[in-house]
Design a protein around this ligand. Structure first.
Ligand SMILES: [Zn+2]
Length: 487
């Protein structure tokens, strides 16, 4: 079916300790040298004058300590290895004095974006210049434009598309889902659900373009493209465009590279990192920060943020969810649990083999290389992240795709190729999900039968094979049927 062993993530103990340190240090507030400032002529908008984005080669702990002091906003989801004997390379937003400090100690630093304000100016000029007159996926879209697009899809195909409110954000914006499924009923019970969300992090604009492309292809492909028809006959696909609508609006109106939500913190700073606020291993192992001003501030308690609560409560109320994608940018990764510890998650073979399949589907579609691996080692420690809650607490297979860069402002020409490759990954995932392959070896055998029977006898939620929300003899019948049919 697919090779589980190709492209294994590197498991280098030195690298592991390096990324552990990155996680710890990314959490520091830093010396605030590279903070953006409000414009004098345009008081509404934060400017990035004198700031740049650099890629720094981290040789050792001292380098890492220094760079996190002079440039507290780490942009990297790119844990590239770097030259031999180093800890790897990371991207940072930094100013000239910070750059000078790095070069003074002999660090190798490449300037990726020499003038960040110019990028922001060009982007806003371009967006103001009538992107609406071209194709919808030719440029980035505001919160309202996405909402109108969703409503347009529903109006075009109300028999397969509907909208549901999950809850309200801190600033009372609607957090909603687009639900897609065909009128064809499942063989028995309820349809399995694939849940997809974008924009937990406000500045990752390309992520909502990708999830909207999935929605567009699925809505327009049903009854036309046999692959789409089969997928929507088998699954319900639920897309939440904005987990963090307040942050997204703020990046459009005020501060382009804002990451967190807009929670007012006790010390006058703003924002909780929604992807450190989930209630599984919350706050553990330096995978988040307890400092209000940090880009990875975890909040005052697990699920302290209404955006996380809305996602959690919807998930708890919909027992059919079998798979979840939490889409981020950037760095071209397919990450899976655990994020909070280097230990392998139980049943990690399933997460890994399906990630490898998505990676290959992306390549086969003409896309670029995504590296698949466990979040902790491949990226950096993340505690209180969505994938660990979905997998660890809810037994839902969950991944974080990190889309293409090369920054949080990829040129608009990158939108469609990125969207197409992620759509290819989604179709592959839906077509290759096999509930009867309980241990995800790629084939169904007696080990799967024994594993299901153990879950069934224990009454575990994972034995709810027909997705009704409870475990009964119908689940046993459904499993046996699937087992006999080979999936
Ligand atoms: Zn992110």
């Amino acid at each position: 079916m697919f090779d589980l062993r190709a492209n294994e993530p590197t498991r280098n103990p030195v690298r592991r300790s390096a990324w552990f340190a990155v996680g710890a240090l990314v959490g520091l507030t830093g010396a605030a040298i590279a903070q953006p400032h409000a414009a004098e002529g345009d008081p509404g908008r934060v400017r990035y004058d004198g700031q740049m984005v650099v890629r720094a080669v981290i040789r050792d702990a001292a380098d890492l300590m220094l760079v996190n002091q002079v440039a507290p906003d780490c942009w990297s989801h790119t844990a590239d290895p770097g030259p031999p004997g180093t800890w790897g390379v990371l991207d940072y937003r930094i100013d000239a004095s910070g750059l000078e400090a790095l070069r003074a100690v002999g660090m190798q630093v490449e300037v990726l974006i020499p003038d960040l304000q110019r990028v922001v100016d060009e982007e806003s000029r371009r967006l103001a210049g009538g992107a609406m007159t071209r194709g919808w996926f030719d440029d980035y879209k505001s919160l309202d434009q996405v909402s109108q697009f969703v409503d347009g899809l529903i109006a075009a195909r109300p028999e397969i598309a509907s909208r549901e409110t999950l809850g309200l954000s801190l600033e009372q914006r609607e957090i909603y889902a687009l639900r897609l499924t065909s009128p064809v009923p499942p063989d028995r019970g309820g349809k399995p659900v694939i849940l997809i969300n974008s924009v937990q992090h406000a500045r990752e604009w390309i992520t909502v373009m990708s999830t909207m492309y999935m929605a567009d292809q699925l809505v327009n492909g049903y009854g036309v493209d046999p692959r789409v028809t089969a997928v929507l006959d088998k699954f319900e696909i639920v897309i939440v465009p904005f987990v963090n609508p307040d942050g997204y609006v703020y990046t459009w109106t005020t501060e382009r590279y804002w990451r967190k939500n807009r929670r007012p913190n006790a010390n006058g700073t703003f924002g909780v990192d929604n992807n450190r606020n989930w209630g599984f291993a919350w706050g553990s192992n330096n995978g988040s920060s307890g400092n209000f001003g940090s880009e990875t501030y975890r909040g005052t308690a697990p699920f302290s943020e209404p955006e996380n609560v809305a996602m959690r409560d919807w998930t708890l109320a919909n027992p059919g969810v079998v798979m979840h994608l939490d889409v981020h940018s950037y760095g071209q990764y397919l990450l899976y649990s655990w994020g909070y510890t280097p230990a392998p998650a139980p049943g990690v073979g399933a997460l890994r083999s399906l990630a490898m399949g998505m990676r290959q589907a992306i390549l086969d579609s003409g896309g670029v290389t995504y590296n698949a691996g466990q979040c902790y080692q491949t990226l950096y420690p993340v505690s209180g992240g969505a994938i660990d809650w979905y997998y660890g607490d809810q037994n839902i297979l969950s991944w974080t795709p990190e889309l293409r860069g090369p920054s949080f402002s990829p040129p608009p020409s990158v939108i469609l190729p990125t969207a197409r490759e992620m759509y290819a990954a989604l179709l592959w995932l839906a077509e290759n999900y096999c509930g009867a392959d309980v241990d995800y070896t790629g084939f169904v055998d007696s080990v799967d039968f024994d594993a299901f029977m153990a879950m069934f006898e224990a009454g575990l939620p994972s034995a709810d094979f027909d997705h009704t929300g409870f475990v009964d003899t119908d689940d046993f019948d459904a499993f046996v049927q699937a087992f006999i049919e080979g999936c």
